[in-house]
Design a protein around this ligand. Structure first.
Ligand code: FAS
Ligand code: PHB
Length: 390
């Protein structure tokens, strides 16, 4: 079999890239090692930047998003027992974010791809990118006991942090930067009305908490927890008691609790691998970088990577120019590192570290107090949260 671009990974990166290429007439095949159902059962991101929304509209996956998504003009920073609203819309010169779960984004992209009839192979085992340092790369995989080979012009590694693509690159050709945080996030989904119509990021001496949502009837909550905790350590009652203790009294009293139907624990890390291109293999999304979800950047960085990569591939095929491909890594990393910095800063300011102590708590509260009273500092926060330009 032959195609122009083999995309490894059917998450948001791979699916969005596939759609952008197909709309430009560039033939592509997506391979994923798990089933479509498995992918749709993963609960992850919840906040989309305007650039991400634009790309989803561009590939015909924006209709349900505009019907069911929740446009947000601001969010609250809670500390010292009080909440303070950050007026994103006015501070960012008119930009907002859209609250719409990654699961739904993925479902919409899968539906859009199926409508075009473009090939996706799920449950493809032992996917292996080969010969990508030369001019004739190809990918092999196994399915139903048969080994398959797909010859191509380029390979897009959209297979996430644990994927095969980055690991296929010779160690001396790649440099990795990492910071692992000494805590995790325990997240739940429950069909109860959200405690607030906007997100609440809470700094508390007991630890960070986040109040988010998926709709006006479905809430998404997180509490910072020890990194070695297990989901089974957290009953619903324990979760609700703990998040109440970390919220201002008004929200703690207003909290509507109920039985969770999803509960998961995510470790937090900042990770960047450089470069993002190796011959005819290009990395995009979590395959190349990971951010702590505090800044709601993970999914949105995947979108900007894919925007740059699709533009470069379209330029190659339409104008026979390598310029975009040669510049992809540098261009993508410039935006990646700014988002990595912002996510690290939000995480450092909002979470309780083992060495925070009483002095560190006062410093965090002083930084938050400065933030909410300084128009310049609030504007910088808003500018980063709504997303820096592509
Ligand atoms: P993904 O990991 O989503 O997709 C990669 C795909 O590649 C998967 O479908 C996988 O099955 C496939 N794959 C992997 N190895 C393969 C192989 N060897 N062969 C073939 N296929 C392979 N971001 C936020 O903004 N907010 C959040 O709250 C948030 N929460 C998160 C919670 C968790 C537990 C995780 C892991 C991430 C979270 N993120 C969050 C970040 C997340 O949203 C990512 O940024 C987003 O999924 C990136 O999409 P992809 O790059 O497509 O990677
Ligand atoms: C979510 O709704 O899952 C969410 C929202 C904002 C974040 C992280 C997660 O910063």
């Amino acid at each position: 079999m032959r195609t122009q671009v083999v995309i490894i990974g059917s998450g948001p990166s791979g699916l969005l890239l596939g759609q952008l290429l197909s709309r430009a007439g560039i033939d592509n095949v997506i391979l994923d090692r798990v089933s479509k159902e498995y992918i749709l059962n993963r609960v992850r991101a919840g906040v989309l930047e305007e650039g991400t929304v634009y790309l989803l509209e561009k590939v015909g996956a924006g209709q349900r998003l505009h019907r069911e998504g929740l446009p947000h003009d601001g969010f609250t920073l809670a500390f010292n027992g009080r909440g303070h609203r950050i007026d994103m819309l006015n501070l960012s010169g008119g930009k907002r974010v859209m609250v719409y779960g990654q699961t739904e984004v993925t479902r919409d992209l899968m539906d859009a791809r199926e409508a075009t009839g473009t090939i996706t192979r799920y449950e493809a085992d032992k996917v292996t990118p080969r010969e990508f340092s030369g001019e004739t790369p190809y990918v092999t995989y196994e399915k139903d006991g048969v080994t398959h080979r797909i010859d191509c012009d380029f390979i897009a590694g959209c297979d996430g942090y644990h994927g095969v693509s980055r690991k296929s690159v010779p160690r001396d050709a790649i440099k990795e930067f990492e910071r692992v945080y000494p805590f995790g996030w325990l997240g739940i989904l429950a069909d109860v009305p959200p405690v607030s119509h906007e997100l609440i990021y809470a700094n508390h001496p007991r630890g960070f908490a986040l109040c988010s949502m998926r709709s006006e009837r479905r809430s998404r909550y997180y509490v910072q927890c020890p990194v070695d905790d297990k989901v089974e350590d957290w009953s619903d009652d324990r979760f609700w008691d703990e998040i109440r203790r970390r919220l201002p009294a008004e929200q703690a009293e207003a909290l509507v609790t109920g039985q969770s139907f999803e509960k998961s624990l995510a470790p937090l890390r900042s990770f960047v691998s450089e470069p993002m291109r190796f011959g005819r293999l290009f990395l995009a999304g979590d395959a190349a970088h990971i951010v702590p979800p505090t800044g709601a950047k993970g999914l949105n960085l995947a979108a900007s990577d894919v925007h740059y990569l699709s533009e470069a591939l379209i330029e190659y095929y339409n104008e026979k120019s390598q310029a975009g491909l040669d510049n992809y890594s540098q261009k993508a990393l410039a935006r990646v590192w700014k988002a990595v910095r912002f996510s690290w800063w939000m995480t450092t300011m909002m979470h309780r570290f083992p060495d925070t102590g009483e002095f560190g708590q006062r410093i965090q509260e002083a930084e938050l107090d400065y933030l909410i009273h300084s128009p310049a500092a609030s504007a910088a926060l808003a500018e980063n949260y709504v997303g820096l330009p592509f």
